[in-house]
Write a protein that binds this ligand. Structure first.
Ligand code: NAP
Length: 488
């Protein structure tokens, strides 16, 4: 039996960028599912904000369609939409803000959440106006979507400006990877069992791989993406956060700062990668025309309609953590667009047994692997060696112990945003990035970006539908290891 989720306090949640892709495709459906589960009190309000000239009914029609496409039930959708409102506002202009502030002021006891689901260039304008109207007072919180800057200096500018209106305890920097069930489960697995922690170090772990692969190209986001690239878009935030969850020391509790202090220590222990070693430890790629899901697809430069871009759509890195637990254990990271599969996973590869007692005819001894799949189909598998069942002598076989949660517990996986949005309402920032974490991540990433820019080298081409440039395979194979390829 799973316990019923507890309702949260009544809230007003304002989504700046309420008509955007993230809000319509992710945030509103996440809120709908929590509403249907009885966690959102009926007196709560969800207010979409954008410049588009529509009204409550027009906005509800858009959201209704999104929820219907998402498997929502008609009666429940109607009930949920009563909570949903819309105000047309330009974050950069004064018109309409008086009326908006009056609307929010109607419910002074509600928790107030301002979710900035817009381009980060608007964060400062929005926060200044919220502060100007006193909307930052009381139980007010602000949620910042990625990207928080494109380097340390620009991240500091955003954090300074937001920090003048909202203090750190009110600021929730979201990284939806941290809300994923598998990442929560990594905590449960590591710290809820005695089995893994004694092995969780350089004596027993050979290496760790983190892959975030997408089959999509840049499509409509080409303008944004060309100014970012794979390192800024994926590695500096999501992948480093996953690395931290694997590598951190046991926190003394799940209190927000206990966990975030441990993650920060990992970020500060990352071995620098700069001009002296970037050529050995990093690979950059850019996709050319090829195939995706059986269809011919254009290359990045054709999608961008600019034939000069040096932006990487793929990167692979060998990262080391300079501390006692992890010295000598490489963390191989790779991410890219237009790869053959959409998959995000962490693979912890344990060392070989020190000595084999089995005859060569018994077959190969494979290393134990713990595979944490974040998408698609969240699950955790532990690969172990067993005897092939039945007669015929002792033959070894590598099998996975499957902990596919949905099957095991018969529950639907909640989307990461469902958990994270309610954590904001509860005021629990454990799964959100503290300012110093963002800074430490940029401090590590900036020299890599600098080394790439100064090298003047173009990213290596790879065909759409392949696993990136061959140099990414060489990066791991020169260490006598291979990328995980079990897609089961
Ligand atoms: P989007 O589809 O381009 O939506 C942008 C939203 O901002 C629209 O509602 C737009 O509506 C509104 N907007 C733009 N200028 C405005 C202004 N001056 N005043 C008020 N509203 C304004 O972008 P998105 O994909 O939803 O992404 C939003 C943010 O989340 C971005 O920073 C993105 O990097 C981040 N993010 C997105 C995803 C995703 O899956 N989409 C995932 C992670 C992070 P109007 O034009 O009508 O004003």
């Amino acid at each position: 039996m799973t316990a019923s989720p507890q309702p949260v306090d009544a809230f007003d949640l304002v989504i700046f960028g309420g008509t955007g892709d993230l809000a319509v495709r992710k945030l509103l459906p996440a809120l709908y599912h929590r509403y249907v589960d009885g966690q959102i009190p009926d007196v709560s309000r969800i207010v979409g904000i954008a410049r588009e000239a529509t009204d409550d009914e027009g906005y509800r029609a858009t959201i209704r369609k999104a929820l219907q496409n998402n498997g929502g039930q008609p009666g429940k959708i109607d009930d949920f939409l009563r909570l949903v409102h819309y105000r047309s506002l330009d974050a950069r202009k004064d018109d309409g803000w008086d009326a908006f502030a009056a609307l929010i002021g109607e419910q002074p006891d509600h928790v107030r959440v301002f979710y900035l689901s817009t381009s980060p260039e608007l964060f400062v304008d929005i926060c200044k106006r919220l502060g100007g109207y006193g909307l930052n007072k009381g139980k007010a919180r602000v949620v910042l979507e990625k990207p928080i800057g494109r380097d340390l200096a620009s991240a500091n500018q955003i954090n300074d400006a937001v920090g003048q209106v909202f203090d750190e305890s009110q600021t929730f920097r979201i990284d939806h990877y941290l809300g994923k069930e598998t990442v929560q489960n990594l905590l449960a697995l590591r710290f809820g069992n005695v089995l893994f922690e004694p092995l969780w170090n350089a004596s027993h772990i050979d290496h760790v791989q983190i892959t975030v692969a997408e089959t999509l190209g840049v499509g409509q986001r080409a303008g944004y993406y060309d100014h970012a690239g794979a390192l800024r878009d994926m590695v500096q935030n999501h992948m480093l956060q996953l690395l931290c969850m694997v590598a951190m020391e046991p926190p003394s509790s799940l209190a927000p700062d206990a966990v975030r202090d441990e993650k920060l220590k990992v970020l500060r222990s990352l071995q620098p990668i700069d001009e002296s070693n970037a050529a050995q430890l990093t690979v950059r790629g850019q996709y050319r025309a090829g195939a995706a899901e059986g269809q011919a697809v254009p290359g990045y430069l054709d999608e961008l309609k600019d034939h000069k871009s040096n932006t990487e759509t793929f990167t692979a890195l060998k990262v080391e953590i300079a501390n006692w637990r992890w010295a000598g254990v490489p963390f191989y990271l790779r991410t890219g667009k237009r790869l053959p599969e959409r998959v995000s996973e962490i693979v912890v590869v344990f060392k070989q047994v020190p000595h084999s007692i089995f005859a060569a005819s018994a077959g190969q001894l494979a290393q134990n692997r713990l595979v944490l799949r974040l998408q698609p189909g969240e699950n955790i598998k532990l690969w172990v060696t067993i005897k092939d069942p039945g007669p015929g002598g002792l033959r070894l076989r590598h099998v996975s112990l499957d902990m596919s949660f949905a099957e095991a517990f018969g529950v639907q996986q909640p989307d990461a945003y469902e958990r994270l949005l309610l954590d904001v309402v509860r005021g629990n920032p454990t799964l959100f990035m503290r300012r110093d974490e963002v800074e430490a991540a940029w401090q590590w990433a900036d020299p890599i970006l600098g080394a790439w820019a100064n090298s003047g080298e173009a990213p290596r081409p790879y065909g759409a539908g392949t696993w990136g440039p061959t140099a990414a395979v060489a990066l791991i194979e020169r260490d006598g290891r291979t990328w995980n390829e079990d897609s089961e």
